[in-house]
Design a protein around this ligand. Structure first.
Ligand code: SAM
Length: 244
């Protein structure tokens, strides 16, 4: 069927590609890709060859009209290098323009590092704010952090290994003492999720910058960890000793 198909792809483990995603890619007339070498590997894994067209930040404005035109008669799939297209990846304007042109748009949901990290962190998930990548420069980063300091939601952001220590220190400075988690290499061999306060994590990762791909999760303000049963018992016992 002609139209635009938004196809989520694995963030590390090829087995996470859904069967439906595989079927749509195998049947696509054209696949719009960020990096054809990355998607070629995925197609190789599926044992298929499909025409690919690059669609990335540097050529998107030029490519979009051509892609939209082709969707009138062809099945065009959009993938990014990993995870869900449009999430810190190109695609939103393509969907917007496809809709404006009356092209049918459908999505094949699947892996997304932000959501996967939320499921690992053990921090509140009822309200969260996705920040993508914070600015790299210190002043702009501090400003971006200040803007969300009062938001009563868990924060989710992407960061690179070399910048992680600085980023966590900036978060600690701008947000104060909060619980946080660093999820790394999700769905890959060295997956891990390290939890602690922002200060603890900043110290750890400044000392030893990690390798691999990273999501940072920060608890909402005022969300000190709930006391455990022993702590509550101890507090009660202490209070009882002071009863008249
Ligand atoms: N669209 C993608 C998604 O749905 O997650 C995100 C694309 S963004 C350009 C890439 C960033 O996502 C990485 O720098 C890292 O912060 C995060 N990421 C991607 N894969 C990851 C993984 N397996 N584990 C942890 N973080 C990951």
């Amino acid at each position: 069927e002609p139209g635009l198909y938004i196809v989520a792809t694995p963030i590390g483990n090829l087995s996470d590609l859904s069967p439906r995603a595989g079927q749509v890619l195998a049947a696509a007339d054209l696949i719009a890709v960020e990096d054809s070498r990355v998607t070629a590997k995925l197609l190789h894994h599926l044992g298929v060859k499909r025409p690919m067209l690059p669609y990335h930040d540097h050529n998107a404005d030029r490519m979009r009209p051509e892609l939209i035109a082709r969707m009138a008669t062809q099945a065009v799939a959009l993938v990014s290098d990993a995870g869900t297209p449009l999430i810190s990846d190109p695609g939103f304007k393509l969907v917007r323009d496809a809709r404006a042109a009356g092209v049918p748009v459908t999505t094949l949901p699947g892996p997304c590092a932000a959501v996967a990290a939320l499921t690992l962190a053990g921090l509140p998930t009822d309200r969260f704010l996705f920040l993508g990548f914070l600015p790299a420069k210190a002043a702009a980063r501090a400003q971006a952090i200040a803007e969300v300091a009062a938001v009563r939601a868990t924060l989710v952001l992407y960061e690179s290994g070399p910048r992680l220590g600085d980023c966590l220190a900036a978060l600690a400075a701008g947000l104060g003492e909060r619980e946080a988690a660093v999820a790394r290499e999700i769905s890959k061999r060295f997956e891990e999720c390290v939890t602690g306060t922002l200060d603890e994590l900043a110290a750890r990762y400044t000392e030893a910058p990690p390798k691999g791909e990273i999501v940072v999760i920060v608890a909402p303000p005022g969300d000190a960890p709930a006391p455990d049963a022993d702590a509550i018992d101890a507090a009660l016992a202490e209070a009882l000793t002071r009863l008249p």
